[in-house]
Design a protein. Structure first.
Length: 465
């Protein structure tokens, strides 16, 4: 720290006056003096003001920091030096926040006790211990570190290396859970843009009515409820890479704006009078094959063509079963590095059992299973004696006998079950029957993919559960 306990200075960057006042009051209870700013520019202007001491810590709201893109600039600012960064953010952005370089992440709405604990941890010197965890969770894996020797996987990695050497758009196709985001991060890390932001947007999780603003931003007063100016994710990625996962779920009008961005390097925020030129690379992820979405009329032919400057198909685990033991060993190493517990090796017998599973949800599912299995292992090796737990942690294989799948309409007392419960069972049955192929599930249920994923959230269904 650069000052005494009585003089500790917290730089607070939050554009919500009421919340900023509360945070300032809580920090004062821990003997922190607060210097408040409503924007990144205002914060930097305050630091340049003569007589302003360098802060001992920075507390910044994720949205104000451009979804993490400004964090490297904060860390590298000469007036801030090695001051730890605390981020206020939402739960689903925690990993990205750690990747951005945060010493600690405070999930909103943050309680006074949680903020006081974070500030106390700074006094105890804990940020230095937290940073390695952030690096292990968020450090982009190198292409060379991606495990696999199956021909289809080796071909995909070769295509990724070639793509990293260029700057054209990249299209990554593959089933859910095959590692499209990890590969996109690896391509970015191996490119000339590695030092610049890597911004991730899962297009299906952003509501259709706000995805335009989320990607391209809006001006204050551009529409009812636009009380402040918003910088879109595309601008936040300026100089770096924008990864658009599940890009085929974008509405048609947003696809047209994305096509202009790819072709001309321009974005126009909603309500803006003129476009803004930016320099970014687009990597797009597609569940399955993009041709299916184009053929179904859900995605533009021309946009699909320009996004596929380099095209990579990631194979499913079922298509590279020979890789599963080595991949499981690598995943166990990552799990142990992050959690500090669990085995680091897998026995041949256990590896054979893993190879015999269908893994409809691919690497994501394998990692989840290993995490839960590892909790039952006292030694360093995952052996066959704990693999009986696999039946409880892995979804059952698809069943071809539909009649054997009961759908309970009545409860044990003979009364109709709630419609919501029946709907949840129908969706689970469809996910099981179609092996987790969410496009097929949505098609067979007669709803859009965005509607399906919204229902999953509302009903508390995890697609790999």
């Amino acid at each position: 720290m650069t000052s005494t306990a009585a003089e500790r200075l917290l730089l607070l960057i939050d554009d919500r006056p009421a919340e900023a006042r509360l945070l300032k009051a809580v920090a004062a209870r821990a003997s922190w003096r607060t210097l408040a700013a409503a924007s990144m520019g205002e914060a930097m202007a305050l630091l340049r003001r003569p007589g302003t001491p360098p802060p001992d810590a920075v507390l910044v709201r994720w949205d104000v920091a451009g979804h993490g893109s400004a964090i490297p600039a904060i860390i590298g600012h000469h007036r801030i030096g090695k001051a730890p960064i605390l981020l206020l953010t939402a739960q689903d952005e925690m990993t990205a926040a750690l990747r951005a370089g945060a010493a600690d992440v405070l999930i909103e709405p943050v309680s006074a006790e949680r903020l006081l604990t974070a500030l106390t941890n700074l006094d105890a010197g804990l940020p230095a211990a937290l940073r390695p965890l952030a690096e292990k969770i968020g450090r982009p894996i190198a292409i060379e570190e991606m495990v696999g020797t199956a021909p289809a996987f080796v071909a995909a990695m070769g295509a990724a290396r070639r793509a990293a050497r260029g700057d054209m758009p990249v299209l990554i196709e593959g089933a859910p859970g095959t590692g499209k985001e990890s590969l996109a991060g690896a391509i970015h890390a191996a490119s000339l843009r590695a030092a610049r932001p890597f911004v991730v947007v899962n297009c299906r999780t952003v509501p259709r009515n706000v995805i335009d603003s989320e990607l391209f931003g809006h001006e204050q007063g551009a529409f009812p409820g636009a009380f402040e100016r918003r910088i879109g994710r595309a601008v936040a990625a300026d100089g770096g890479t924008l990864f658009l996962d599940e890009v085929t779920t974008l509405p048609e009008e947003v696809q047209a704006r994305l096509l202009r961005l790819v072709r001309m390097g321009e974005v126009r925020a909603i309500g803006a009078t003129a476009p803004r030129r930016i320099d970014i690379r687009i990597i797009a992820g597609v569940d399955g094959a993009i041709g299916d979405a184009i053929e179904a009329g859900h995605f533009g032919v021309e946009l699909g063509r320009v996004l596929a400057g380099a095209r990579i198909m990631l194979p499913s685990l079922a298509e590279r079963r020979e890789d599963i033991p080595a991949l499981a060993t690598a995943l166990l190493g990552v799990i142990r590095a992050v959690t500090g517990a669990g085995p680091t090796a897998i026995s041949p017998a256990a590896g054979a059992i893993l190879q015999g599973q269908d893994w409809p949800h691919n690497v994501r599912q394998l990692q989840s299973v290993l995490l839960r299995l590892g909790a039952h292992v006292a030694g360093t090796t995952l052996d066959a004696d704990v693999m009986n737990d696999l039946a409880r942690t892995s979804p059952p294989p698809p069943r071809s006998d539909v009649s054997a799948m009961p759908l309970e309409i009545f409860d044990s007392n003979g009364h109709l079950r709630p419609l919501e419960a029946i709907e949840a069972d129908v969706i689970r049955l469809a996910i099981d029957h179609y092996s987790g192929r969410m496009s097929e599930v949505a098609r067979r249920l007669g709803i859009g993919r965005s509607t399906l994923y919204r229902k999953l959230g509302e009903l508390g269904i995890h697609e790999a559960a």
